[in-house]
Design a binder for this molecule. Structure first.
Ligand code: ZN
Length: 301
């Protein structure tokens, strides 16, 4: 017996079957690019996709008792309503009730960063910590505070918007409607934006930037310097405000050798209030699967 874990992001949806006995060992993983079917994502499109996958999963892996969905959005957790999901083009979508009606199983919906933090707290890099900050760097940047081993959701379920902390005023516009958000410098999108600016080249993506960095190309240093600066400023503010010492970095942009934790550590060492020591900086041990595993754990709750 198991559950279906779903990670619904701004361009693709990842799916896996997750057993109750070994939730970190995902089976039958699949990734589907939904943007090719148009924007915003239609709930009916998602339902069709899940229905097809459910049938395959039940043939290949075993029964599916419940569904857990991690979404890059601000969510009413109790009701399972997506309040705002800019990268999905969604506003006030009663996702849980729609899916329960159509798929005939209990559905739980939560913020992707909260799901990732849940997995790290139970099975990953935060398992030995009472409190930590999980920062997930992907297309955008999200976060979750785990305080006394519980996710802190905030007053509006929006305690996940690390990427929209402001660094300056009124220069670079952000898709959230604000300006100069951290994600415009330190997310996958932000790093690509800075690289395009440096090279005056409209076609450059994350992979090319990482390759340039590994080859030691000069132009990329300024881009990466802005990224470290933005990330360190945001993380240090969070550490100083909450007196938190452990940071777990996850998400698609975080790789085995990137970002360099020693570089980030040195910047934090300058910015974090001296009494807040040691500074414990770790990569997610669950890597790119943290959010998906968390969606599985959510469905099992
Ligand atoms: Zn923003």
């Amino acid at each position: 017996m198991g559950v279906l874990a779903v990670d619904l992001g701004g361009s693709k949806v990842r799916l896996a079957w997750c057993s109750k006995e070994t939730p970190a060992k995902l089976k039958s993983q699949r990734t589907i690019e939904w943007r090719i079917q148009g924007f915003p994502l239609q709930v009916d499109t998602l339902i069709d996709l899940l229905r097809t996958y459910l049938r395959q999963c039940e043939n290949d892996c075993g029964s599916v008792e419940a569904i857990g969905i991690a979404v890059a959005a601000v969510i009413d957790h109790d009701e399972g309503i997506i309040k705002v999901g800019e990268n999905l083009g969604w506003r006030n979508i009663p996702l849980r009730s729609c899916l329960e009606r159509e798929l005939g199983r209990p559905v739980r919906v939560d913020v992707d960063a909260f799901c990732g933090a849940l997995a790290e707290a139970q099975l990953g890099s935060g398992a030995d910590q009472r409190h930590f900050l999980f920062v997930v760097v992907g297309t955008g940047i999200g976060h979750a505070f785990v305080l006394d081993q519980r996710i802190w959701r905030g007053m509006h379920g929006a305690a996940s918007v690390f990427g929209h902390l402001k660094l300056e005023r009124d220069t670079i516009p952000c898709y959230c409607g604000g300006t100069d958000c951290i994600c415009q410098y330190a997310s996958g999108q932000g790093i690509a934006r800075l690289a395009r600016q440096q090279l005056s080249c409209p076609q450059i993506g994350g992979e090319e930037i990482l390759h340039a960095l590994r080859r030691g190309e000069k132009w990329v240093e300024r881009v990466i310097d802005s990224m470290y600066n933005a990330l360190a400023l945001g993380i240090s503010h969070a550490m100083n405000l909450l007196d938190i010492e452990c940071i777990v970095l996850g998400g698609g942009v975080v790789q085995a050798d990137f970002p360099d934790l020693d570089v980030l550590y040195r910047r934090l060492d300058e910015l974090v209030y001296p009494e807040i020591r040691p500074i414990i900086l770790r990569r997610s041990s669950l890597g790119a699967d943290a959010v998906l595993i968390g969606a599985g754990l959510l469905a099992m709750e």
